[in-house]
Design a protein around this ligand. Sequence first.
Ligand SMILES: [Zn+2]
Length: 407
Amino acid sequence: MTGPASSPAPPERAAHPPTALVWDDLLATYGFGDSHPMNPRRLAVTLSLIRALGLVGDARRPILAPRPATTDELLLVHSRELVQAVERVSRPGADLTSGLPWGLGTEDTPIVENMDAMARQVVGGTLVAAQAVMEGRVRRAFNPAGGLHHARRAEAAGFCVYNDLAVAIRWIQQHYGARVMYVDYDAHHGDGVQQIFYSDPDVLTLSLHESGTYLFPGTGYVDELGDGDGYGYAANVPLDAHTEDDSFLAAVRELVPMLAHAFGPDVIVLQNGCDAHVLDPLTHLRATTRLFEETVRIVGDVADAMCGGRLIATGGGGYAAYTVVPRAWTLVWATLCGDTPPDELPQEWLQQARLESGEDVPATLRDAPGAFPPSPRRADVELANVRTVASLKRKILPLLTGWGLAF
Ligand SMILES: [Zn+2]
């Protein structure tokens, strides 16, 4: 059949290194109480869905255990005063008002038992993900408990004690001298990550979010472009309220590859907050599960093309704990792995989720097309978002590339 004259057999397609999920059931005990939106059940039910679908735990999709971040690691981006304040208020019998200057003990970020240990575990989880990816042991890694993008250098904020994303990015810079692109499509502006790297030209931050005109933290406008040496390395897309999938995805599709080509990252860090979903109780965006699946695919393709596949993913916001979060992050995880799970949810999981929440949890992994009524403002919203993206490109591309400076 074959002889010396025949063309050589194609080389065997090298299997991708595995994709890792960072998880320990202990992470599902961290939260601010049942009445707080950051309810730890959202992580527990997500993991139970991933397991029920058989999407994790083999050689291709291993689980990595998180570890607590050390004080030195926290100090890569946080002030010593904040770290000490977290330790102090976490001790039994502590004066709980003493954390207020550091944003601890507020309505958003209340002090809870074991806060210091658990906050370190979340940061350590993202560090485990970063280390496994940078060492080449895995191609991609996902820490669903991470993504706490509001924590600032010296202040906890918006449900976030420490900024696991920023610690991991700085750790990567320190150990590998790598250029890092940060992409954040949580409904809220990724203000903490932006602040920490605002004058750093080796970290490009891109946040797509509901406009600060309507939503916490009230920042993330197109004119926030960075500072000093980092001018041109912060990009923001404040989306109009009621933005739907097509308009959101058009911005992702246009900006992520373009900015990556202009910047040249060695690795991408992706924050997958799922509070842009139409059912989320805290925001006014109108995305469906398609946003999460397609954004991971777009960003993953860019990481494959430009970064040797290196992609570190986290969770983030998402407050429809049963109706959205488990489905959204199962899709994020499956897409990272290159898997296409069936649409029908396992009956046992569905019954349990409905029983526990008392809510009408959808029976399918993906929202059906047309499951939600279109926004009556669709045309206006799409036009506003097109203008916002164009405005950002006009401002940032000359700074990133040096092109068009003469205009
Ligand atoms: Zn959010």
